[in-house]
Write a protein that binds this ligand. Structure first.
Ligand code: F6P
Length: 327
C-alpha cells in the first residue's frame, strides 16, 4: 500500500492513562510495517512547539505494552492555546518533515489536533483517559485499569472499615463525569454512590441506605463519591452528623492513573494505534478513532467534540436497585 504520509509524529497529552504506551508502540510498529518513519514527540504539544522529538524505531518501543504512564511524557500546554504557539508547532512540523500527527488524550488533545489540521497537517486522535468521558467513544484507554485499581484499593479499605465498624467515604477521579465512580461503586458493593450527573437527596440517597444496611446487620459502610460531586470531606461530615458513625475519608487521587495496564487496555490501545496509523496512511485527517458496539470506527473531530455522553442509565438503575438508594 502506497502511504499518503512519509513521516509522522505521535504524542500524548493531558492526564496520562494506563495503555498510552501500548498505543505509542502500535503506532510505531504499524509505521514500520507501512514504511513510514515514526517520531515520538515528548511532553504533548509543548514538544511540537520546542521540537522535543526522537525517532521511534521497531526496537525503541519494545516491551512497552505492559508499562503504565507514557514514555513520551504528557503535559497540558498553555502556549499551544495561543495562535502563536500553534504557529510554532506548525513550523516544527515543517522543520522535522512531519506530515501527520497522532495524538493520544482527551477532548483538549483533539481540539489541539484540529488546530494543527487547519494548517495542513494530517491528524488523528485516539481517546486515552481514565475518565471514559469522551462522547464519541464508548471506551477510552485506561478506564478498565483505573476501575480495577480503585476496586482493589477499596477492597483493602473494606477490611479495616469492617474491623473498626466505620463508614468509609472514598473519592474517585473522573473529572466532571461519574462513569468511573458508578462502575467502581457497582463492583465493590457500595452502600451509596454519588455522581455529578444525578441530583442527590442526602437523606434518601445516603443516610437511609446506611440505616437499612445497619438494620440488616451491617456494621461498616462504603460511600463512593465522584470528584465532580464536590468535597468528600463535607459528605463525611454530614454522615457523621446524621448517624454518629465514625467516618474516614480516602481520596484515591493519582494512584488511579498508575500501574500496568489491564489486558483490555493493552488490546484496545494496540487496536486504536494501528487504526489511527492506517487512517493517516490512507490520506485521512481530522478524525478521532472510537470504539462503538465493539467496532473501531472514526469520526470527524469537530463532530466528535459536539457529541454528548450521558451516564449509563442501565447501570445506574441496577446500582440503585441493588443498593436500595432512593427507595
Ligand atoms: O482526566 C484525568 C484526570 O485524572 C481526572 O480524573 C482528574 O480530574 C484530572 O485528570 C487530574 O489532573 P491532574 O493530573 O492535572 O491533577
Amino acid at each position: 500500500m502506497e502511504s499518503a504520509v512519509r513521516r509522522i509524529g505521535v504524542l500524548t497529552s493531558g492526564g496520562d492513562a494506563p495503555g498510552m504506551n501500548a498505543a505509542i508502540r502500535a503506532v510505531a510498529r504499524t509505521c514500520v510495517h507501512l514504511g513510514i518513519e515514526c517520531v515520538g514527540v515528548r511532553r504533548g504539544f509543548n514538544g511540537l512547539i520546542n521540537g522535543d522529538a526522537q525517532v521511534l524505531n521497531y526496537y525503541r518501543v519494545s516491551g512497552l505494552t505492559r508499562l503504565g504512564g507514557t514514555m513520551l511524557y504528557s503535559a497540558r500546554s498553555e502556549e499551544f492555546r495561543t495562535e502563536a504557539g500553534i504557529q510554532r508547532a506548525v513550523n516544527t512540523c515543517k522543520l522535522l518533515g512531519l506530515d501527520g500527527v497522532v495524538g493520544i488524550g482527551g477532548d483538549g488533545t483533539f481540539r489541539g489536533l484540529h488546530d494543527l489540521s487547519r494548517h495542513g497537517i494530517a491528524v488523528i486522535g485516539i481517546p486515552g483517559t481514565i475518565d471514559n468521558d469522551i462522547a464519541s467513544s464508548s471506551y477510552t484507554i485506561g478506564y478498565d485499569t483505573a476501575c480495577n485499581t480503585a476496586v482493589e484499593c477499596i477492597d483493602r479499605l473494606q477490611d479495616t472499615m469492617q474491623s473498626h465498624e466505620r463508614c468509609s467515604v472514598v473519592e474517585v477521579m473522573g473529572h466532571r463525569a461519574g462513569h468511573l465512580a458508578l462502575y467502581v461503586g457497582l463492583a465493590c458493593g457500595a452502600t451509596a454512590v454519588l455522581i455529578p450527573e444525578k441530583p442527590v437527596n442526602f437523606e434518601e440517597d445516603v443516610i437511609e441506605p446506611i440505616r437499612r444496611a445497619r438494620l440488616a446487620g451491617r456494621t461498616h459502610f462504603m460511600i463512593i463519591v465522584a470528584e465532580g460531586v464536590g468535597s468528600s470531606y463535607e459528605v463525611a461530615a454530614k454522615i457523621k452528623e446524621a448517624t454518629a458513625l465514625d467516618t474516614r475519608v480516602t481520596v484515591l487521587g493519582h494512584i488511579q492513573r498508575g500501574g500496568a495496564p489491564s489486558a483490555r487496555d493493552r488490546v484496545t490501545a494496540t487496536h486504536m494505534g494501528y487504526t489511527a496509523t492506517m487512517l493517516l496512511a490512507k490520506g485521512q485527517t481530522d478524525r478521532v478513532v472510537c470504539l462503538q458496539n465493539d467496532e473501531y470506527v472514526d469520526y470527524d473531530i469537530n463532530g466528535a467534540l459536539e457529541m454528548k455522553k450521558g451516564i449509563d442509565e442501565d447501570k445506574y438503575t441496577v446500582m440503585r436497585t441493588i443498593i436500595g438508594q432512593g427507595r
